[in-house]
Design a protein around this ligand. Structure first.
Ligand code: T1G
Length: 649
């Protein structure tokens, strides 16, 4: 049984132990109900302390049960028993208290949390809302606007912030359990605040609440759960608690059956499953602590910053002292930005800066455990860098290339020891984007591959393994649907219609606004290089080249696909004229495209390319392709991804 009870004098301790994250499944709910009954029967008890074994408090209901009918005892009923227990329960929170875990803590009379703990109601990220009283209890213990942000935003808050709001009764600098037991000894002397559910709701700033509700509703973009979360908080403020609880449960059960929550549960497990590779089972390697980066441009500085923010020691190598200084400035600028945005505290910022060295002396890489090259995207340049790295680093140092398009097998073949090379394809900005494609060359050793994966985990990345092909998974699919969109332009669609269709489907922005943001000149240079190598497809679309030849490089140039003279993207008749002229030149009779036509075409191309990637063994699971498209290009998570949609249709 994953729940045990121990008595120490007039305090009982209930311990929940369900590795790895103390998720609440049917057995745990039953065990908690039993623990209430047992402790209620204990005479002379002053309080019950509830805590969890392992690395954290309860991380929520067991998501693996979501596909099955809910089994009694149901969590709301168990929490009502705790809330109505004979003596007050005190939750001792360490690590994370999330979803049903925080709801469990809210059913306790008091909450004690370790300073480093995090508390949240992330159900909305799973297409749900809290289903065990979270939306009704939370605004009775923290101001409603903060409660709304937690429920409809889904992001956890740090214990110190929670304590400020009143969610935590005592913040423990040391061990949460120890502090909770000491706190429990004092409950008899405290004014009993009564069960959370019996307290009045707090809405000190209704205007702020309504403004936030409007913002969160607008930001929902087709997702159901944030809308339901806002409605649930409004009910908590206006209805008697029992009615609000019943309505919350009804909404939760309805969302559990909603396709969006099924899709989001798929993505939750897909993102974790993608990190598993059979050949690495049992291959244990230490996470690298000393990393080298070669090249201090945008990507190199981003990668160096990602490693520094993960606490690694970083040495960045550039070709000259001036280039090294410029790279140093880029990296310290990124760290300063992280500091000013509160991502890191001042003392941590100072420590990270101290762990960074930018140099033009290659021997400084001699003690690196892994070195990532992020130099100019040219085969000969990367070949020379890898040769230099092989000479200045020890043989056990893993070498990684951040190339986006070059053949990693061909690069490995130029090395004296190809088994050291792995591909680590970061997405820009590398210290922000969660996705990391780990490219698996034919000759890479298990140790080198496992070290790349260990680095990805240390950086908190969502890793996906990819075989060697042009563009791996993300850029290969992007190239396919970019070409499909350009053919639709020639056939009659406009860039604004394509972008609008993608945004309506749930993308944060359309492909043409995205290109204007990234800059059209980078892809133009790539196309010209490919043309020089004779790699131009027969049905090549010249429209982007014509825009670039006119200096329309995107937002940075004031004009690209759109006109930015007002600061915002505005459809440009000049671009429509260019497109119409190209259609005429090719003898294509233009026809109208609906948003449905456009998305059907984009999805079918993504799914066809995904199927080819699976057939060729470039990706080992269809779900991995969903993880890539969601995290690289903003494919709407709540749909499950292109392959999930294909298999669901
Ligand atoms: N249920 C089942 N398994 C879970 C789980 C959960 N809630 N959370 C994590 N796991 C598994 C995960 O699949 C992985 O398994 C392992 O634990 C480690 O996870 C009633 C209905 C807690 C911050 O949304 O955010 O409560 O791959 O790799 O990076 O209102 O897990 O090892 O086999 O992510 O250290 C609400 C989801 C549920 C929290 C830890 N709770 N979990 O991160 O480890 S809905 C959540 C997380 C709910 C109530 C409603 C993270 C974490 P495996 P991991 P991590």
């Amino acid at each position: 049984m994953s729940i045990s009870i121990a008595r120490e004098g007039d305090i009982a301790r209930v311990t929940l132990d369900n590795p790895p994250v103390n998720a609440l499944g049917q057995a745990q709910r039953e065990g908690l109900a039993d623990a209430v009954a047992q402790t209620n029967a204990m005479d002379g008890l002053r309080a019950v302390v509830l805590h969890c074994a392992g690395r954290s408090f309860v991380a929520g209901a067991d998501i693996r049960e979501f596909g099955k009918p809910p089994e009694p005892p149901h969590l709301p009923d168990v929490l009502a028993q705790i809330e109505g227990a004979r003596v007050p329960w005190v939750a001792a929170i360490h690590g994370t208290a999330l979803g049903g875990g925080l709801e469990l803590a809210l059913a306790c009379r008091y909450r004690v949390a370790a300073r480093g703990a995090k508390l949240g109601l992330p159900e909305v990220t799973l297409g749900l809302i809290p289903g065990a009283g979270g939306t009704v209890r939370l605004p009775r213990i923290v101001p409603a606007t903060q409660a709304l942000q937690m429920v409809a935003g889904g992001k956890p808050v740090a214990a110190a912030q929670a304590a400020e709001w009143g969610l935590i009764d005592h913040l423990a600098d040391g061990d949460a359990l120890e502090a909770a037991v000491q706190f429990a000894a004092t409950v008899a002397k405290r004014r009993d605040p009564g069960p959370v559910l019996a307290r009045p709701v707090q809405n000190p700033d209704p205007a702020a609440f309504d403004a936030l509700a409007d913002r969160l509703t607008k930001r929902a973009r087709g997702q159901h759960s944030p809308i339901e979360a806002v409605a649930a908080l409004r009910r908590a403020l206006t209805l008697p608690a029992p009615e609000a609880m019943a309505a919350e449960r009804e909404a939760f059960l309805r969302l559990r059956d909603d396709p969006q929550s099924k899709a989001l549960a798929h993505v939750f497990f897909a993102e974790r499953g993608a990190a598993r590779l059979d050949r690495l089972k049992g291959v244990a390697v230490p996470a690298p602590e000393r990393v080298g980066v070669v090249g201090g441009g945008t990507m190199g500085a981003g990668i160096a910053s990602a490693c520094l923010l993960a606490g690694l020691r970083v040495t960045l190598l550039e070709q000259t002292a001036d280039a090294a200084q410029a790279a140093q400035d880029r990296v310290t600028g990124i760290l300063q930005d992280s500091l000013s945005r509160g991502v890191i505290a001042p003392d941590r910022h100072a420590a990270l800066v101290a762990q960074f060295t930018a140099t033009h002396d290659p021997t400084a890489l001699a003690d690196a455990q892994l070195v990532i090259e992020a130099v100019f995207e040219d085969f000969d340049v990367k070949k020379a860098v890898l040769a230099q790295l092989e000479s200045v680093t020890p043989p056990e140092c893993v070498l990684a290339t951040n190339t986006s398009y070059l053949d990693v097998n061909a690069l490995a073949a130029t090395m004296s020891d190809p088994s050291r090379l792995v591909g680590l394809h970061f997405f820009s900005p590398a210290h922000v984007m969660k996705l990391l494609e780990i490219v698996v060359p034919d000759g890479v050793s298990d140790t080198a591959l496992a070290t790349g994966a260990a680095l990805a985990k240390a950086l908190g990345k969502i890793m996906v393994f990819a075989g060697v092909c042009d563009g791996f998974i993300a850029n290969r699919i992007m190239s396919a649907y970019r070409a499909a969109c350009e053919h639709m332009l020639e056939a009659g669609a406009t860039p604004w219609e394509v972008d609008a269709a993608m945004v309506d489907f749930g993308f944060p922005m359309g492909i043409y606004q995205m290109q204007d943001l990234a800059g059209l000149d980078i892809a133009w240079a790539m196309r010209k290089r490919r043309a020089a190598e004779g790699k131009r497809p027969a049905d090549y679309v010249r429209i982007p080249d014509i825009l670039c030849e006119a200096g329309r490089f995107g937002r940075k140039a004031g004009r690209g696909w759109y006109d930015y003279t007002t600061g915002k993207p505005v459809p440009d008749p000049e671009v429509e004229r260019v497109i119409a002229a190209e259609s005429a030149r090719k003898g294509i009779a233009r026809r109208p495209f609906t948003a449905e036509d456009i998305m059907a075409r984009i999805l079918s191309v993504m799914q066809a390319e995904g199927a080819a990637i699976l057939r060729e063994g470039i990706a080992s699971r269809a779900a991995d392709i969903d993880v890539v498209m969601i995290n690289a290009f903003g494919f709407p998570r709540w749909t499950g991804g292109p392959m999930y949609l294909r298999d669901a249709s």
